[in-house]
Write a protein that binds this ligand. Structure first.
Ligand SMILES: Cc1ncc(COP(=O)(O)O)c(C=O)c1O
Length: 470
């Protein structure tokens, strides 16, 4: 494609994008495609010759779009959000046109230095300690893996990096039974072994019990094992439970183990000073992750990883082949701050988003989402047929349908499963579920960039109506 055609197609594509976002509510939120529907329309082999761009766009509309679940639909209440916003999309377009590879300072000084500055901004916006230094990772899963590997290296004086796991006995890690699966995945990849991950019990609010953490660590020490890392979650995936950071921090400090804080979703609420109680004790953490690509209006991938000691990170991940050696002194080379060598220019979109909305603009959006979640909670609490199943510290409402006269747990699970499917198949909203204490629980997250009061009101109306028809 020559540049002139690129220019014309780019303008058309921007129109397509603006039309899409303007009309996103016309689509069913969850794709109504069945397994194989898209695949069966795609030819088994690639075209030998290039095809006209118009044909590609036609197929985008007719084959691909029906198989898209619309995460930018304001009635997307499922999982946790993966939001975009107009400035973030515009930045992504520029990132894509520049296509710079941000592995070292020299390969784009602006990318490195903008990332340094934007991460300082973000740290201060979230009220994190000034002693933290940030780096962008692609996802929270990767950030957590970095924390586990760094903790492993600190605990073994970098011997595992040098000689492999063989010389060390069992290294153990700790999280709660409610912790996100990325911790278990990280523990497997980092070579600690799934059986060396202790899932510490939680209290009635689904938050880790620090006394149980202490007990688990002590048992491992008595068994000759070596505890290396504990993960505290601020906003668990199931119910946004808040693990008690200060007490967990005290236990970690006592045993000299790495404390990683996973605030992938709820970390965005720290933009609001009134939510900083959630990270009381954060100074004791070695690392912290939150995802602007969830609730902070910045396209995926964009995960903010903060560490107390960047040297621990660099010592763990540093590599220095001759072909990457450069002569500048005193510059940051982010290739040594994580797993991958090639890095996208994700800092640009964070910069666009923060500058476009300003701190107050972002705060207003987050505050409104939390208010709307409370609106739903009040309706559920006032209803005779529904119940809230977990505390709602931020914007995730865990609830179920519990009509009078139905008390059999299996029957209630069945009813709620049916309600969920009934709701999602309307295409008018999208909720997901989890199990809390074994109970099938519906999750409704009010966090989509474009969600407003009317969407939440219509959702509540539809939930009641669909439940009555069961
Ligand atoms: C608490 C928590 N941690 C980590 C993750 C994983 O995030 P990512 O997809 O960025 O790896 C999630 C995803 O929802 C999460 O809820």
């Amino acid at each position: 494609m020559e540049n002139e055609e690129f220019r014309r197609r780019a303008h058309e594509t921007v129109d397509w994008m603006a039309d899409y976002l303007e009309g996103v509510e016309d689509y069913p939120v969850r794709s109504q495609a069945g397994p194989g529907d898209v695949l069966n329309q795609l030819p088994p082999s690639p075209p030998e010759e290039g095809e006209p761009f118009d044909d590609i766009m036609t197929d985008l509309d007719s084959i691909i779009m029906p198989g898209i679940t619309h995460w930018q639909h304001p009635s997307f209440f499922a999982y946790f959000p993966a939001n975009n916003s107009p400035p973030s999309v515009l930045a992504e377009m520029i990132v894509s046109a520049l296509s710079v590879q941000c592995m070292i300072w020299q390969t784009s000084p602006a990318a490195t230095e903008l990332e340094e500055r934007v991460m300082e901004w973000l740290r201060d916006m979230l009220g994190l300690p000034k002693t933290f230094t940030g780096v962008l990772q692609d996802t929270a899963s990767t950030a957590t893996l970095c924390a586990i590997v760094s903790a492993r290296e600190r605990a073994t004086d970098h011997a595992v990096n040098a000689k492999g796991m063989g010389v060390w006995g069992d290294l153990t890690a700790y999280c709660s039974t409610e912790t996100h699966s990325s911790i278990e995945k990280g523990v497997k990849i980092a070579g600690l072994g799934r059986e060396n991950l202790r899932k510490v019990p939680v209290d009635v609010d689904f938050a880790m019990v620090p006394g149980e953490l202490e007990k688990a660590i002590q048992e491992d020490l008595d068994d000759g094992k070596r505890p290396v890392i504990a993960v505290a979650t601020i906003g668990t995936t199931g119910s946004t439970a808040i693990d008690p950071l200060r007490e967990i921090g005290e236990v970690c400090k006592k045993h000299g183990i790495w404390l990683h804080v996973d605030a992938a979703h709820a970390g965005t609420a720290l933009l609001l000073p009134e939510y900083r109680w959630m990270v009381d004790g954060i100074v004791m953490a070695d690392s912290f992750v939150m995802n602007p690509h969830k609730w902070m209006l910045s396209n995926l991938p964009c995960s903010a990883y903060f560490v107390r000691d960047p040297e621990a990170l660099v010592r763990t991940f540093e590599i220095m082949p001759e072909y990457l050696r450069t002569s500048e002194a005193g510059v940051t080379n982010y290739r040594d701050w994580g797993i991958q060598l090639g890095r996208r220019f994700n800092a640009l979109k964070l910069w666009f988003v923060i500058r476009s909305y300003g701190v107050e603009g972002l705060q207003a959006i987050v505050r409104e989402h939390i208010r709307l979640a409370r609106w739903i909670v009040e309706r559920i609490e006032a209803s005779e047929d529904f119940e809230v199943l977990a505390p709602v510290p931020v914007n995730l409402v865990c609830f179920r349908y519990h009509p009078a006269g139905v008390d059999d747990p299996d029957e209630m699970d069945r009813l709620n499963q049916e309600l969920l499917e009934g709701l999602n198949s309307t295409g008018k909203l999208y909720l997901t579920h989890t199990r809390l204490g074994g109970v099938l629980t519906l999750r409704l997250v009010v966090g989509q960039t474009r969600v407003e009061q009317g969407h939440v009101e219509r959702a509540w109306e539809l939930i009641q109506r669909t439940a009555r028809q069961l």
